[in-house]
Write a protein that binds this ligand. Structure first.
Ligand code: GLU
Length: 360
């Protein structure tokens, strides 16, 4: 058995078009703010998603920047018929207009495949035949955290099917830390092997894993600022590690508070948490909903009615930042986020094991 970490590997060579795309992304993100909202079409947006979208839109507009809409639809079994249309309609109804056409990850599979084959040629990927059940190993967001113990490292790299099953592909993570800038909290920092582990970049069912697609898209789409729910804090380590494997620096991250239900749990699309339909049943129009979302962050008094544009004009960047930093608002139970009080970005206090840090 060879030790893949010490075995010499060819350097990463990206095909010229991919290299130019990534270099152009880095150049462009240095020129100004570009944010994105990236829902999965696994159901209609609930009020937590709507609030995250509102925060991202406000932040982008307060910076005079762009706000893209990316539909994370690679995990086809989780997609729900009509969900994408409903997401677009809800954002429009609230006046949260995005720039350019909506982007679908399913249309970008060729890009991810090129990245995968470049990484594979450079010797940084290895096939893994550990079963999903064995490792509770999934690559969707919002799932419990697991660290892969490296069982398939250094095995004979046979990439084809064995007993009718393809392997998943993992990115080999060398020793060292993974760090990134957090806008509303102290910098993110995780130990690669201990808190992230070798990351699945392509699943055994052939689906490109969430971390790979997301990392590639932040780079290729020139995203300067990723604003998303704080439950995705732990996904940032694997995504920054993928970017590092491509020789690229990460964007800035802003992990924003979640909206918790009465039991203190984060709202979930799959469990049908209330979205615009519920608001409408209660008789609220778009101004009432924007008022409610903004009031939940103490940006406006409870009962306010205002359009997204009016809210934008009433705010300064510092108002939004102050509100995002408010410690009492961070987190629901079991959401896998970083405890704001914990040193060095350790994952604690929300049901996540501090020895773990990777969602794969
Ligand atoms: N598509 C993911 C979700 O709906 C979020 C991805 C992200 O913002 O990085 O939770």
């Amino acid at each position: 058995m060879v030790d893949p970490l010490t075995a010499s590997s060819p350097a990463l060579v990206l095909p010229r078009h991919l290299d130019s795309l990534l270099q152009e992304g880095i150049r462009r993100r240095g020129q100004g703010y570009r944010g994105r909202f990236a829902p999965s079409p696994s159901g209609p947006l609930h009020r937590g998603n709507l609030r995250t979208a509102l925060i991202g839109w406000l932040d982008a507009r307060l910076h005079g920047g762009e706000w893209l809409l990316r539909i994370d639809d690679l995990d086809a079994p989780r997609n729900r018929a009509g969900a994408e249309e409903a997401i677009l309609a809800d954002l429009r109804w609230l006046g949260l207009h995005w720039d350019g056409p909506p982007l679908r990850q399913s249309a970008r599979r060729g890009l991810y495949a090129t990245v995968l084959s470049s990484l594979r040629r450079s010797g940084t990927l290895y096939p893994c035949r550990c079963s999903r059940r064995m490792l509770a190993d999934i690559s969707a967001p919002h799932e419990p955290l697991t660290i892969y113990p490296g069982l398939c490292r250094g095995m004979d790299p046979t990439w084809g099917a064995e007993r009718g099953r393809l392997p998943s592909w993992r990115l080999l993570l060398g020793p060292g830390g993974i760090a990134w800038e957090e806008r509303f909290a102290s910098a993110g920092q995780l130990d690669g092997p201990r808190q992230v582990g070798d990351i699945v970049v392509r699943r055994a069912d052939g689906v490109i894993a969430y971390h790979l697609a997301t990392a590639v898209d932040e780079l290729a789409l020139a995203i300067s600022d990723v604003l998303r729910g704080v439950d995705l804090w732990s996904s940032t380590g694997p995504q920054v590690a993928v970017m590092a494997a491509l020789g690229m620096a990460p964007p800035r991250y802003g992990h924003v508070p979640l909206w918790c239900d009465a039991r203190g749990q984060r709202l979930s699309k799959r469990e049908g948490a209330e979205g615009l339909a519920g608001y409408r049943e209660r008789g609220l129009d778009a101004a009432g909903v924007v008022g409610d979302l903004a009031a939940s962050l103490d940006l406006v008094p409870v009962g306010s009615r205002l359009s997204a544009g009016e809210l934008l004009h009433s705010l300064k960047r510092s108002d939004l930042e102050r509100c995002m930093r408010a410690p009492q608002r961070r987190g629901c139970a079991g959401s896998g986020e970083r405890s704001p009080g914990s040193p060095n970005g350790t994952v604690t206090a929300t049901g996540a094991d501090p020895a773990q840090g990777s969602r794969i």
